[in-house]
Design a protein around this ligand. Sequence first.
Ligand code: IPM
Ligand code: MG
Length: 368
Amino acid sequence: MAKFSLLILPGDGIGPEVMVEVRKIIDWFMSNRGLDFDVTEDLVGGAAYDAHGTPLHDDTMVKALDVDAVLLGAVGGPKYDDLDFSRKPERGLLRLRKEMDLYSNLRPAQCFDALADFSSLKPEVVSGLDIMIVRELTSGIYFGEPRGIITEGNERVGINTQRYTESEIERVARSAFELARRRDNRVCSMEKANVMESGVLWRETVDKIHQAEYSDVELSHMYADAGAMQLCRWPKQFDVIVTDNLFGDILSDTAAMLTGSLGMLPSASLGAPMENGRPKALYEPVHGSAPDITGQGKANPIACILSFAMALRYSFDEGAEADRLEQSIENVLSKGARTHDLLGEEGITPLSTSKMGDAIVDALTESL
Ligand code: IPM
Ligand code: MG
């Protein structure tokens, strides 16, 4: 059995609390399924800033580039609001994405049956929902030059640049088509080709890759604004959505809320294959550091645990074990177990972060 190296970066706020629960799950797989993980832990975000004066130490960056996968908790907090841009906790995360070249960000929005009532949409619109947003993560307006705030005459001008090369579009399109083949075989590409040249190039390039390499996959195109509308109207029409960095940021928050709770959603950020054939990869929950509930045992560890399930699937080729973990979570939820973010039903006492972790471990044991 291969040994997998895993770098854990708990980060800030509820990050460390939810990561304790992930460690229980990892231990379970090591003791019960013969998986072998070499786990190291390090600092990122505000925690790294407090220790080293930078949100990501160079040594941590080197480690991240060396391991099979990175698992991150969350970064940020009010304590760091006044730091300048280059030292903010978020910069640690953006540096990891950029230097690991994690161009394909997978954000599944899956509605667990037991939670269909939590959505702001009608249960029939979301029950059984299973879509995957593939967001380009290392280019576009997040990184384009020129950028900055300049002075023109007697006023200031804020500038950011949307910029995509063909090869950047090609690689994320391939990633979306590959995923679709393992799912319902449909991709919808979203841009604003009606107003943006980068959108025109995006659409042409996705079409080109589709015709040349993936004509077996069903491809459609939508303007991103119409896509946002369709996501709220009838989200089940989608399988895989591929889109740029900024539209992906926005559309993935919309998709996330369809499922009822941000506390449930994992993500994977994947780069090019390494020498061992596995993609460079970072896994993290979609939720943030939630300073308002930090240290109270109220955090939902499921998003982070599901992120580890994605690591099992995409980095470690353990799809069956990922299924086992996801099914165990589904079982725990259908028995009525809820963390604080999932309350609303009468007569349910919430489980603490740690009790939810224990319940998932028990469900895993029952799955044997
Ligand atoms: C996300 C977040 C980040 C982003 C922030 C924290 C930099 O909103 O991962 O969606 O904008 O990409
Ligand atoms: Mg976001």
